[in-house]
Ligand binder design. Structure first.
Ligand code: HEC
Ligand code: HEC
Length: 203
């Protein structure tokens, strides 16, 4: 009898542990209410100043939200056409861990649609060579693979990329140590070429 009771407790505990935290929060509803005005319902934002986040891995989105929540990364104030002005630090702080994971899972399931950027094909070709040598290790398949957990660079809005390159260069945004080593060695021409390469879709 005692043995049976013990078993029941063990089974109940195991079931609790196995239950994914995300199952309590509705990612689609959170996205609609808290993110869609800026990032779009499917994560493919329409304003080139706002990054596309569709198809990023859930781990990437969760990590980025953590950087905003802690304040390690500062978000710019932004006012969408239909919605209130806010920044990513406020947004990240307004979500529980569970809600963050749920909304991250939701956007991870959406399809990344490459932006229709203008680009310089000759410079993009130069950028491809630099990318292969210095960035492909972590941003593989030309910066298009979500499973790298390093965002999607290929087909991201060009204006957003330019802004991030500048923030990274000035040390205003944190980056992995190993990326910093490579990134900080780039000169201005190489950065321009890389931006053209990603704007062109990483090809
Ligand atoms: C008021 C507009 C606005 C809202 C609402 C908003 N975002 Fe953002 N988000 C931005 C802007 C602008 C940036 C880019 C730059 C910055 O300021 O860091 C950004 C950046 C991000 C990034 C970093 C992407 C990258 O490639 O580095 C993630 C992830 C993100 N937002 C997720 C979310 C999620 C999830 C929600 C909803 C819970 C949300 N955002 C709500 C405007 C918004
Ligand atoms: C050691 C692995 C690594 C290397 C090497 C690396 N990166 Fe990264 N990169 C990352 C990770 C991880 C992130 C996501 C950081 C975060 O969560 O904010 C990132 C983010 C970025 C972002 C911001 C994307 C966004 O959506 O906000 C840019 C731009 C970028 N990397 C460019 C480069 C370039 C250019 C190179 C080569 C010179 C490079 N990276 C090399 C790992 C790397």
């Amino acid at each position: 009898m005692i043995e049976l009771k013990k078993l029941t407790v063990v089974a109940a505990l195991a079931a609790l542990i196995a239950m994914p935290a995300a199952s309590f929060a509705d990612g689609a509803a959170i996205a609609k209410e808290k993110c869609a005005a800026c990032h779009g319902k499917d994560g493919n934002s329409e304003d080139p100043k706002v990054p596309k986040i569709a198809g990023f891995s859930a781990a990437t989105i969760t990590d980025m939200m953590e950087e905003y929540r802690s304040g390690d990364r500062k978000g710019d104030k932004y006012k969408p056409k239909d919605g209130a002005e806010t920044d990513m630090n406020e947004v990240a702080k307004s979500l529980s861990e569970e809600e963050t994971e749920a909304v991250a899972e939701y956007y991870a399931k959406q399809k990344f649609m490459p932006a229709n950027n203008k680009f310089d094909a000759k410079l993009a070709k130069k950028g491809a060579k630099i990318h292969d040598k210095r960035c492909e290790k972590c941003h593989s398949e030309g910066g298009s693979l979500a499973e790298d957990d390093a965002a999607i660079l290929a087909g991201q809005w060009k204006e957003y990329l330019e802004e991030q390159f500048e923030e990274l260069s000035k040390g205003e945004r944190p980056m992995p140590k190993k990326m910093k080593k490579k990134f900080m060695k780039l000169n201005e021409d190489q950065k321009k070429a890389l931006i053209e390469f990603y704007a062109a879709g990483g090809k």
